[in-house]
Ligand binder design. Structure first.
Ligand SMILES: [Mn+2]
Length: 347
C-alpha cells in the first residue's frame, strides 16, 4: 500500500515582499494538487508531519480554504500531528477538524490504516518538548510520526537511539524544511518531509513530497508544480554605472515558475550609487527583490564626525548602529553606504 508523507506547509505565512493573501491561496492550491495526485494514483492516505499552519491563529479565509481542500477530497484519509507553529492546545482548527482529518493527540496514539499502523504524537504547545518516544516500544510493522529535531532542539527534541528502540520501520518527521533522510542506529530511515513548496529565499529550489510503499518502506520523491524561489547572483565588478548594471540584469531571465531575486555582488573600483528600489521598479517582471551586496574599495567612514552633511549623517547612523541589535546591523551599514555614495555623487 502506498501513502503520501508531507509536512510544514505553513499556511497563513506572512510573505515578505509579496502579496501574502495571493501567495497563501496559491500554496493551498498546490496542497490540493497533492491530494489530486493521490486521488489519481489511487493513494488513500496522506500523512502530515506538523505545521500545517504557520500560526495557531490563521486568517479565517486561509482556514476556510484549507478546510475546503480536505472536504473536496473525501476519498482520502489525512492523518496529522501538530507542530510548534500550530500546537494542539492553541490551534482552533484542530478542535473541529474536517471529517477525513484525524489529528493525533499530545500523547502517543495508534491509528490503523489499511495494512499499516501509525503511532503519532502532537506537540501541545510551541515550546521545545522532550523526546516523546523515549521508552516507547512496539512490535510488528509500524511507522512513527512527530514534529521535531533529531539530535537537536526545535519541536520535540528527538534522540536517534530512542527512535531506533521504538522498533519502528520508519520515522516520519516534520519541522526541518529541507527534505532529507537520516539512517538511524538500527538501520531504519528517518525522513524529514521538508516543505512541499518554498515560502521565501531561505527555501530556494525544487520542492516535493514523499510517496512511501508500506510493503517494503521504499520511497520516492515527487516534485510539486509550486513556484520555485531562485536567487540569481550578478557580479557587477566591471560595471561603472547604473546603466551597465541594468544591462547585466537584463541578461538574467528567470523562468516562468520562478520567484526570483537578484543579488549584486563584486568589488566596485569606482563606487556609484545603486538604488535597488529604482532597479526593482524597472525589473519588476523578472525579480521581486534586488539586493546590493557589492563591496567598495573606498572607506565610507573616513569623514565620520566631520562638520559636513556626510560627516553628520555617518555619525548619526553609527550611533544608531551601536544602540541596535545585531539583526539590524546589516540594514544600517547598507544605509550608510548608500547615503555616503549619494552625498558624494551629488557634489
Ligand atoms: Mn516547525
Amino acid at each position: 500500500m502506498k501513502f503520501i508523507f508531507t509536512a510544514d506547509t505553513h499556511f497563513g505565512c506572512r510573505f515578505l515582499n509579496e502579496n501574502a493573501g495571493a501567495r497563501n491561496s496559491r500554496l493551498i492550491e498546490h496542497f490540493a494538487d497533492i491530494a489530486d495526485y493521490a486521488h489519481n494514483c489511487g493513494i488513500e492516505y496522506i500523512l502530515l508531519g506538523g505545521d500545517l499552519f504557520d500560526t495557531p491563529y490563521p486568517d479565517e479565509n486561509v482556514k476556510a480554504a484549507v478546510y475546503r481542500v480536505f472536504e473536496s477530497h473525501r476519498d482520502i484519509s489525512f492523518f496529522a500531528v501538530s507542530g510548534n507553529h500550530d500546537p494542539l492546545g492553541l490551534t482552533q482548527f484542530y478542535n473541529n477538524p474536517p471529517q477525513n482529518l484525524f489529528v493525533f493527540p499530545d500523547t502517543i496514539t495508534r491509528a490503523d490504516l489499511n495494512g499499516l499502523t501509525v503511532y503519532g504524537v502532537s506537540l501541545s504547545d510551541s515550546f521545545d518538548a522532550p523526546d516523546p518516544w523515549s521508552g516507547f516500544h512496539s512490535d510488528g510493522k509500524f511507522v512513527i510520526l512527530s514534529h521535531g529535531t533529531l539530535s537537536g532542539k526545535g519541536g520535540f527534541c528527538l534522540d536517534p537511539r530512542s527512535l531506533s528502540q521504538t522498533g519502528a520501520s520508519m520515522c516520519l518527521l516534520g519541522h526541518i524544511h529541507k527534505t532529507q533522510s537520516v539512517i538511524l542506529p538500527n538501520g531504519a530511515a528517518a525522513l524529514y518531509a521538508g516543505t512541499p513548496f518554498g515560502h521565501g529565499f531561505d527555501e530556494c529550489g525544487q520542492k516535493g513530497f514523499y510517496v512511501i510503499d508500506s510493503d517494503d518502506f521504499s520511497y520516492t520523491y515527487v516534485n510539486t508544480k509550486a513556484e520555485i524561489y531562485t536567487e540569481y547572483t550578478a557580479d557587477i565588478s566591471s560595471c561603472t554605472s547604473v546603466t551597465e548594471v541594468m544591462d547585466t540584469l537584463a541578461r538574467v531571465r528567470p523562468m516562468q515558475n520562478e520567484i526570483a531575486r537578484a543579488v549584486l555582488t563584486g568589488n566596485l573600483k569606482e563606487p556609484f550609487d545603486i538604488d535597488c528600489s529604482c532597479l526593482l521598479e524597472y525589473f519588476k517582471n523578472s525579480f521581486i527583490q534586488i539586493k546590493d551586496e557589492t563591496k567598495i574599495d573606498t572607506d565610507i567612514f573616513e569623514n565620520a564626525g566631520d562638520n559636513t552633511l556626510e560627516g553628520k549623517f555617518v555619525d548619526i547612523l553609527l550611533n544608531r548602529l551601536r544602540n541596535s541589535p545585531q539583526s539590524e546591523h546589516q540594514k544600517i551599514l547598507d544605509a550608510i553606504k548608500e547615503g555616503v555614495l549619494a552625498i558624494r555623487s551629488s557634489k
